[in-house]
Design a binder for this molecule. Structure first.
Ligand code: C2E
Ligand code: CA
Ligand code: CA
Ligand code: CA
Length: 275
């Protein structure tokens, strides 16, 4: 009954979604030019002592019309269009600048974690961008941590291993983000100079629900420790989970239980209150 009409409606839908994403890409391009981005910072705590040890920098897009846009809504598009190279460069510069400013205000040598997209490795001159961010801001190399996902490491060309090794040799730390959700072949852990594994939220959230998740998390923690790596649990939302993680020997925690990602001013008040 709907025959041709269905086809027409369907094609209208596709057309409007294409128009929508083209529109979004052009807004994003403008956002890059006009620096409409801000960083929020989420505290990372030492699970044993409860001390604040660092923060993950998380980008938000503050659009005059759309309001605050979360990265889940624009990172994929930014990657497809290549705009992530410029956005990522801005994020690195801003995160380093901010952390160095806090350092000179009396914050301890907290680390700042920056998320890197695989596209920044394949299309951007990532080493030069990182070096520039550290040089112009004066941030200590040891205070910068870079988060890459397993899928970034799977595309392991010789060149890529050399790049990451040089980055690590300069004192910058590398963390594997969303660990456990990517690939079952873990051989890359031996090839890459990794410092830390971040256990994906999906395991952490289910931790109190089933034995299998306990086994997974516990296995990841043991794997990390036996390779000399640190472990961070992400997405810790309640005290019982935090307690369980501590009991399993997990080093660091991040999640709504401790604090949500917050604007720079709030994070400054946060570290001052804890200093
Ligand atoms: P991610 O790197 O896995 O970051 C953690 C996400 O989990 C953040 O979402 C954070 O707000 C959220 N989160 C933290 N604690 C909790 C918790 O206890 N419960 C729950 N339910 N969620 C929690 P956000 O800020 O929306 O970022 C989403 C993703 O966008 C990030 O996931 C990351 O993959 C990407 N992203 C964010 N900033 C950047 C960036 O500067 N560059 C790139 N390439 N990607 C970014
Ligand atoms: Ca991350
Ligand atoms: Ca993550
Ligand atoms: Ca994620």
């Amino acid at each position: 009954k709907a025959g041709r009409n269905t086809y027409r409606i369907f094609s209208e839908d596709i057309r409007s979604s294409i128009t929508e994403s083209l529109h979004l890409i052009s807004s994003l391009r403008q956002a890059v030019a006009q620096e409409e981005f801000v960083l929020h910072y989420q505290p990372v705590l030492d699970l044993r002592t409860g001390a604040l040890i660092g923060a993950e920098a998380l980008v938000r897009w503050q659009n005059p019309k759309l309001g605050m846009v979360s990265p889940g809504l624009f990172i994929a598009l930014a990657e497809k269009s290549g705009l992530i190279v410029d956005i990522g460069q801005w994020v690195l510069n801003e995160a380093c600048r901010q952390m160095q400013a806090w350092r000179t205000m009396g914050a301890g040598p907290l680390f700042v974690s920056v998320n890197l997209s695989p596209v920044q490795f394949s299309r951007g001159n990532i080493e030069a961008v990182i070096a520039h961010a550290l040089q112009t801001t004066g941030l200590d190399h040891g205070q910068l941590e870079l988060e890459v996902t397993e899928s970034t490491l799977i595309a392991d060309t010789e060149k890529f291993i050399v790049t990451l090794s040089r980055i690590q040799a300069s004192g910058i730390r590398l963390a594997i983000d969303d660990f456990g959700t990517g690939y079952s072949n873990l051989s890359y852990l031996q090839r890459f100079p990794v410092h830390k594994l971040k256990i994906d939220q999906s395991f952490v959230r289910r931790l109190l629900q089933g034995e299998k998740d306990v086994a997974m998390v516990s296995a990841i923690i043991h794997l990390a420790h036996s390779l000399g790596l640190k472990v961070t649990a992400e997405g810790v939302e309640n005290e019982a989970t935090s307690e369980a993680l501590r009991g399993m020997g997990c080093d660091q925690g991040q999640g709504y239980l401790y604090a949500r990602p917050m604007p720079a001013d709030d994070f400054e008040a946060y570290w001052r209150a804890r200093a």
